[in-house]
Design a protein around this ligand. Structure first.
Ligand code: ADP
Ligand code: MG
Length: 257
């Protein structure tokens, strides 16, 4: 456990399997994710990407194998401990925003802070600050239904990030948006996770989005087929801003462990 923390490994999966009845969806997947890394999870529909994300998010237990999150072996946790670890460590962003329709954007973003028992005034200040930073300062008191798809998804991002989780799990977060709006939301996700040093695991069909990650895990038929690594990410952090300088076309295979 100590060595995990010393290496700064946030997620360690060893031989993760998940079955639903007789159907084996994940067939023994192993990898590590360092704190602060941005990892894209790619692969065909039905390959098991969302199932893997659910396991990482402690939404469902593995059928077999070992999963460590922030130095804790997940299999050893009872329900209460798993819930506590999830709410203290993980933010979720899905394809649908899942905002509560009768609350304002501001109130929606305050919810995770209430769950952490932050005083109302502090929760208000933090939620307002983050929404304003995400360009939604003029929409604070609107309900989700009165805002655009991009604004709704940016609000969901604010709700996922407001408690500053160590890990953001995103499952096709731009899948419901027009391409242009999707790109805006996607760069917002990158900016905000970079600014907070948040580890990002993002499932996507979008090559453009995947190419901006430090690494991508290719899942095919429940197996980890390949771990691709952007060359710049192996040494120092890549320069910001210029796609050409990021080496986004220069994927090099890295042995899957
Ligand atoms: P992906 O996200 O890569 O498209 P999923 O992880 O959603 O794939 O699903 C992988 C396979 O697991 C699919 O065949 C799906 O039908 C099956 N599956 C996912 N969740 C369940 C479940 N709760 N019960 C039964 N089968 C499931
Ligand atoms: Mg999926």
């Amino acid at each position: 456990m100590t060595s995990t923390l010393m290496q700064n490994v946030l997620v360690r999966a060893q031989g993760l399997q998940k079955s639903f009845g007789p159907v084996e969806v994940l067939r023994g997947v192993s990898f590590e994710i360092q704190a602060g890394e941005k990892v894209g999870v790619v692969g065909p529909s039905g390959a098991g990407k969302s199932t893997l994300l659910h396991l990482l998010g402690l939404l469902t237990p593995p059928s077999r194998g070992r999963l460590e999150l922030a130095g804790r072996e997940v299999g050893s946790l009872n329900d209460k401990e798993a819930t506590r670890l999830r709410s203290s460590t993980i933010g979720f962003l899905f394809q649908s925003h899942h905002l509560l329709p009768d609350l304002s954007l501001l109130e929606n973003v305050m919810i995770p802070l209430f769950l952490r028992r932050l005083p109302t005034e502090e929760a208000h200040v933090r939620a307002r600050g983050l929404l304003t930073r995400l360009g939604l300062g003029h929409r604070l008191h609107h309900r989700p239904g009165e805002t655009s798809g991009g604004e709704q998804q940016r609000t969901a991002l604010a709700r996922a990030m407001v408690a500053e989780p160590a890990l953001l799990l995103a499952d096709e977060p731009t899948g419901n948006l027009d391409r242009g709006i999707g790109r805006e939301v996607e760069s917002t996700i990158r900016e905000i996770t970079e600014a907070h040093g948040t580890t990002l695991v993002l499932v996507t069909h979008d090559e453009h989005l995947a190419s901006h990650m430090d690494r991508r895990l290719l899942i095919v038929d429940g197996r980890l087929e390949k771990i691709d690594c952007r060359p710049a990410a192996r040494g120092r952090p890549p320069p910001r801003g210029e796609p050409a300088a990021l080496g986004v076309t220069g994927w090099g295979p890295l042995a899957a462990r």
